[in-house]
Design a protein. Sequence first.
Length: 135
Amino acid sequence: MSERSAGLGALRLGRVLVWLVYAFFVLAVVILTITFFLLLFNASPSAPFTQWMYRSADRLLKPFRGIFPSAEAGNGSVFDAAILFAILMYGLFAMFVHWIVTLLDDRVYVIRARAADKQVPVAAAPVPEPAAPAA
């Protein structure tokens, strides 16, 4: 496998990774946003959709539980700042992965440009002939 094809393969893998991370981010944000509003508007926890959303969000929120206290209002609605923090952190993670892949993409581009410069020799400029002396 040549160095160039290895670089292209790694770059394609990196781009696929970025798309997968963004797909996960979008899915996580949708689930967390819906859960945030279900909690905020005191949705019935016995409804199947609400139960499914709470289970899905619970998996996404495990690393962030306990960071912020939940604020409960008198009508049963809950403001959970951990959900908003999780959305922010997942977004930062997605942007970090994108930045790393872009950095590697730029590095591969520089390496290719240097390799192309070494392979194509620059022709020497022709040396002008000395002018004949005027008689």
